[in-house]
Design a protein around this ligand. Sequence first.
Ligand code: GDP
Length: 291
Amino acid sequence: MAARRLRSGLGQLFATRTALGRGRRAYNTSQAFAEVLRLPSKQLTKLVFPLQELERHLVPGSRPDFHLKTFDPSLEDIAKSDGVFTATVRNRIEYLSSAVSLDHAPDLLCPEVCFIGRSNVGKSSLIKALFSLAPEVEVRVSKKPGHTKKMNFFKVGKYFTLVDMPGYGYRAPEDFVKMVETYLKERKNLMRTFLLVDSVVGIQKMDNIAIEMCEEFALPYVMVLTKIDKSSKGHLLKQVLEIQKFVDTKTQGCFPQLFPVSAVTYSGIHLLRCFIANITGNLKTNGFQVS
Ligand code: GDP
C-alpha cells in the first residue's frame, strides 16, 4: 500500500532506493532519509522543498522571479548529500577550533563555507540542525543573544569546513567588523557565505551590515530565511516575496534562490545540505553549475 502510494506520488523514489542500495555509506544514507521518503508527497514537499510548497499558494506562473529551478536537485541527490553530513568512522564530523582573528584560523586547504547573521537569528540552531546526522558535534545554542564571540570551525570529514561566525548586532564583539571583514576578504578557501535573515521580521538594519560587506567584497553569498515555522503561511509568503524582490533588485552577488529553513521542523534543511555539498564540490546536481 505504502509502496503503491510512493510509486505514484514520487516517481524518483525507486530509482533513489536502487541507487542507495550500493555501498555502506549509501546504506546509511538510505536509513537516514527513509522516513522522509515515506511521507505523503505534500508533506514531503513541505519538508524538503519549502519554497515550492509556498509557491503553490500563488497564481501559477505569476512569479517567475521565485527562482525555483536555479537549484532543483532530485531526491536521490538530496539523499546522497545527507551522506556527506552523516558521521561515520571514515567521515569524522567534529568541532576543530575557535579563532578570534583570521591569523588564528586553522590553515586548511579544503573548501569552506561560513554562516553569518544577527544575534538571535537562529544560526546556532540551524548549524545544529545541519549536523543532526552527527549528534556528537557540539554546537552551542545560547539563550543569550551575542554569545558567539569567536569564529568556530567545524570539519566535515574530508569534504569541507563550516565556520560559525560571531553574531552581530546587540552586544556583538567590538572588533566584529574587523574580524569578519578580514575573514571574508582574505580567506582563500571560502566558497560561499550563508547570510541568515529571520523570516518573521525580514531584512533588518543590522542585516544590511553583512549584505553590504558581501556586496563590497564581491563575495558569492546565499540568503537563508530562518524560523519559517513561526509565521502563518500568508505572512511567510509576504516576507519571502519582499526578500526575493530585494535580492533581485538590490544585490549583485546574492544567489537568486532563497533558502527558507526551520531548525524546529527541519523544513529546508535537506535542501540546504544538498546545496552545500554542491557548492563545496562534493556532489554534482544535474543542471546546476557552481559559479
Ligand atoms: P543565534 O544567536 O543566531 O545562534 O540564535 P539561536 O540558534 O541561539 O536561536 C535564537 C532563538 O531562536 C532560540 O530561542 C531558538 O530556540 C530560536 N530558534 C532558532 N531557530 C528556530 C526555528 O527554526 N524555529 C523556531 N520556532 N525557533 C527557532
